[in-house]
Design a protein around this ligand. Structure first.
Ligand SMILES: Nc1ncnc2c1ncn2[C@@H]1O[C@H](COP(=O)(O)OP(=O)(O)OP(=O)(O)O)[C@@H](O)[C@H]1O
Ligand SMILES: [Mg+2]
Length: 259
């Protein structure tokens, strides 16, 4: 059955979307069948994979969550054969309100995903920088979470609130939720505080921190403007190599778990 991984951190701009797009694309290149779900009304994954968030067809995660559209009719094929996407739209903000009265409101995404889980090896959910109902739905639907961490001074303090939310979900609707790993993003070896924060992160979380570190790389910020994962934009850049290594690490961790 496909593994569902939420990419989450309520801190904004830490590399969630960049990780969702490029980890998903790297696994697709490694011949895994991958789906990426844009669960953020900002719709950055949507436009980063070359789909117009203002498309008039209205076949986005929002229509799926409110029960207007079958999830299969929301699937978009990306430029990469093995990579599909479910787009977002700014109207996803409304789902927070629309779902409040729904019975089992935390489990709506989990339920709509069930019929297509087996079609994929990995399903990534790009979360918004909030801990609202849509993010709780993502954590409820997920088997594990990847937490991107930008190695700035306050990075660790912000993690407390996130880990608390994960614990609440574990104690409530999703006891099997695990932490796949923390991934350091936008790393710059010349910046002293970056190395310090990575050291602290490893001290606190040990092997839960991925060995792969995502370096700061301008190509990673340019690629979404061209509607492409970085591997389709510049195959030789460090961003491509870093996310490919992260993909291999995720595969290794999961094959070890399967044994
Ligand atoms: N390794 C990197 N090197 C250079 N720029 C990067 C890198 N990772 C992300 N960025 C850039 O940093 C900005 C924030 O990244 P991203 O959108 O992935 O973060 P996010 O956590 O999804 O943000 P939000 O919380 O708003 O959803 C973007 O402009 C992105 O292109
Ligand atoms: Mg984002």
């Amino acid at each position: 059955m496909g593994k569902v991984i939420a990419i989450t951190n309520q801190k904004g701009g830490v590399g969630k979307t960049t990780t969702a797009i490029n980890l998903a694309a790297s696994l697709a290149v490694l011949e895994k069948k991958v789906l990426v779900i844009d669960a953020d009304p900002q719709a950055n994954t949507t436009s980063g994979l070359n789909f117009d968030p203002d498309d008039k067809r209205k076949r986005t995660l929002y229509e799926v969550l409110i029960g207007q559209l079958d999830i299969r009719d929301a699937l978009i094929q990306t430029e990469l054969d093995n990579l599909q996407m479910i787009p977002s739209h700014i109207n996803l903000v409304g789902a927070e309100f629309d779902l409040v009265e729904t019975e089992g409101r935390e489990s709506v995404l989990k339920n709509v995903l069930a019929p297509i889980r087996d079609d994929y090896d990995f399903i990534f959910i790009d979360c918004s920088p909030s801990l609202g109902l849509i993010t709780v739905n993502s954590l409820t639907a997920a088997d594990s979470v990847i937490i991107p961490v930008q190695p700035e001074f306050f990075a660790l303090e912000g993690l407390g609130k996130l880990l608390q939310t994960i614990r609440l979900v574990q104690d409530g609707v999703n006891p099997n939720l695990s932490i796949e790993g923390f991934v350091v993003t936008m790393f710059d070896g010349r910046t002293k505080v970056h190395s310090q924060v990575v050291g602290e992160l490893r001290e606190h979380f040990g092997d839960m921190v991925f060995k792969t570190i995502i370096q700061r790389n301008i190509r990673l910020s340019e690629a979404p403007g061209h509607g492409k994962p970085v591997i389709m934009y510049d195959v030789t850049c460090s961003g491509t190599a870093n996310y490919m290594n992260l993909a291999k690490e995720v595969l290794d961790r999961n094959s070890a778990e399967d044994e």
